[in-house]
Design a protein around this ligand. Structure first.
Ligand SMILES: [Zn+2]
Length: 403
C-alpha cells in the first residue's frame, strides 16, 4: 500500500526523511520553518507533509501541556507525540534529574533523587535507570518507546569516543564512556557537559531560540559557558567554553582544577559564600538568595563584584566571537538584575563598541540542562518513525495506544 501511495503521489524519500529529521530535532514548527530547517523547497514540503499526515506520523496543533517554551500562533506541524519519548538525564554532584519529553517536545514526566557525595558512576547510573523507568511508567509508556537519552555531567567530556574526563566535581566518573552509560541505561545515549547542554537547552527551547550566535554563562558552584557560533554548538576536542578556568591571578587561591587563581575561585557560589562567612557564617545557597532578596548590602556587594568580574571576562569572549546574545543561567541567575546589571555593565566597558550583545537571563531555570540533553539526543539520533503498517500492527503501536 505504501508503495502504491508513493507511486500515485511521488514523494522524494530523502525529502521525507529530511522533514522527519527536522521535526524530530526541532519540534513543532510552521510549514515555512519546516522548509527552512529541512532544506527542502516549500512546494515539496507541502506534498511530503500531506503524505505524512495521511499516515498519522505528523499531526497539527498538539494539545497544550507542560510546554517548556511559549507556543507560537498559527498552525504548527509536529511528529505525533506518542511515537516515542526521549529522556534527559542530568547528573550533579549531589543530585540526579530526569525529564521525559514526547516527540512533540512536551515534557511528559519528571523524576529526581539525591545522590551521595563522591558517589560511584555505577551507583548513579543504576539510580538513573530506575528514574527513567519511573518516568516512563508515569507517562504510561513502555520501555520500547524510549528512542534515546541525553546525559549531562558537570565536568569535561572528550570526544571520539565520548568519555568523561577527570573532574573534582565527579571523581567517581573518570574514564566512563558513552558506551558504558548506554549499556547501564539500556538505550542509545548522547553525552556532554552541563554548561554546553544548558546553552543547547536555551538555544532550542529558551532565551537563545532563533539566535545563531550566543554565549550562555552558567553561574553555579562551577563557572562554565556554552558557545553557539553560526548556529552550531562549539564542542572542541575536550570541552570548550571553560571560562571558569581562565587565570585571573596565578598566585591566587588554589582551584579544583589544580591551578591557582582561576576565575571560578573568585566568582563561583562557594567563593561568594566564603567571602560572606565572616559576617554570616556558613550560608546555604538558599540563605544567600534570601539575603539578596532582602538586599543585604554585603551580599549584594559580593555578588555584584563576582558578576562584574565574570562580565569582564565575558567581554573577552564577546570580542572574539561577537555573539548577538549573552544568556545568564545557573542558580545565581535567580538574583536577576543583581547579577545581570554588573555583567552587562562590565561587558559594555570592555567590548569593542560595535559588538555589544544583548545580555539577558535564561528562560528555563534548572530545566535548561536536562532539556539541552534531550535536544542533543534528538539531534544526534538517527531514529525516524516507522511507516504506518509498522505503527498500526507493531508491538510499539499497541503499547503507545496511538490516538
Ligand atoms: Zn581552575
Amino acid at each position: 500500500m505504501q508503495r502504491r501511495i508513493r507511486v500515485d503521489r511521488p514523494v522524494s524519500m530523502s525529502s521525507r526523511d529530511l522533514v522527519l529529521t527536522a521535526l524530530r530535532a526541532r519540534g513543532p514548527m510552521s510549514r515555512a520553518e519546516l522548509a527552512r530547517h529541512a532544506g527542502v523547497a516549500p512546494s515539496t514540503v507541502t506534498g511530503v507533509v500531506q503524505d505524512l499526515m495521511a499516515t498519522g506520523l505528523v499531526v497539527t496543533s498538539p494539545h497544550p501541556r507542560d510546554r517548556p517554551r511559549p507556543g507560537r500562533p498559527g498552525l504548527r506541524l509536529t511528529l505525533h507525540p506518542r511515537l516515542g519519548a526521549v529522556a534527559g538525564v542530568e547528573f550533579c554532584f549531589d543530585r540526579l534529574r530526569v525529564l521525559l519529553c514526547d516527540l512533540a517536545h512536551d515534557v511528559i514526566a519528571t523524576a529526581d533523587c539525591e545522590l551521595p557525595y563522591a558517589h560511584s558512576s555505577e551507583s548513579a547510573l543504576a539510580a538513573a535507570r530506575k528514574l527513567v523507568d519511573e518516568a516512563l511508567a508515569a507517562a504510561r509508556l513502555p520501555r520500547e518507546a524510549l528512542i534515546g537519552a541525553g546525559v549531562s555531567v558537570p565536568g569535561p567530556v572528550s570526544r571520539h569516543p565520548d568519555t568523561v574526563k577527570s573532574s573534582a566535581i565527579l571523581p567517581g566518573w573518570h574514564g566512563v564512556t558513552a558506551d558504558d552509560i548506554a549499556e547501564a541505561l539500556g538505550v542509545v545515549v548522547s553525552v556532554d557537559n552541563d554548561s554546553n547542554l544548558a546553552a543547547l537547552g536555551e538555544h532550542v527551547w529558551g532565551a537563545g531560540r532563533g539566535c545563531d550566535d550566543s554565549v550562555t554563562l552558567k553561574f553555579n558552584y562551577g563557572i562554565g559557558c556554552g558557545l553557539f557560533v553560526n548556529g552550531a554548538l562549539v564542542r572542541g576536542v575536550g570541552g570548550a567554553g571553560e571560562i571558569g578556568h581562565i587565570t585571573v591571578d596565578e598566585r591566587g587561591p588554589l582551584c579544583r582544577c589544580g591551578k591557582r587563581g582561576c576565575l571560578e575561585t573568585y566568582t563561583a557560589i562557594a567563593a561568594i559564600i566564603d567571602a560572606l562567612r565572616p559576617q554570616h557564617g556558613a550560608l546555604t545557597l538558599h540563605e544567600l538568595m534570601g539575603l539578596l532578596s532582602a538586599r543585604d548590602p554585603g551580599a549584594v556587594r559580593v555578588v555584584g563584584d563576582a558578576a562584574e568580574l565574570l562580565g569582564t571576562h565575558l567581554a573577552a569572549v564577546c570580542n572574539l566571537l561577537a555573539p548577538r546574545r549573552v544568556i545568564v543561567t545557573g542558580p545565581m541567575a535567580a538574583a536577576g538584575e543583581l547579577v545581570l546589571s554588573p555583567i552587562s555593565t562590565a561587558i559594555r566597558r570592555h567590548i569593542a563598541p560595535n559588538a555589544v550583545p544583548q545580555v539577558l537571563l535564561g528562560e528555563l531555570g534548572k530545566r535548561n540542562t536536562p532539556l539541552g540533553a534531550i535536544a542533543l539526543a534528538l539531534d544526534e539520533s538517527d531514529w525516524l518513525p516507522r511507516r504506518r503498517s509498522a505503527l498500526t500492527n507493531g508491538r510499539v503501536a499497541r503499547g503507545l495506544a496511538l490516538a
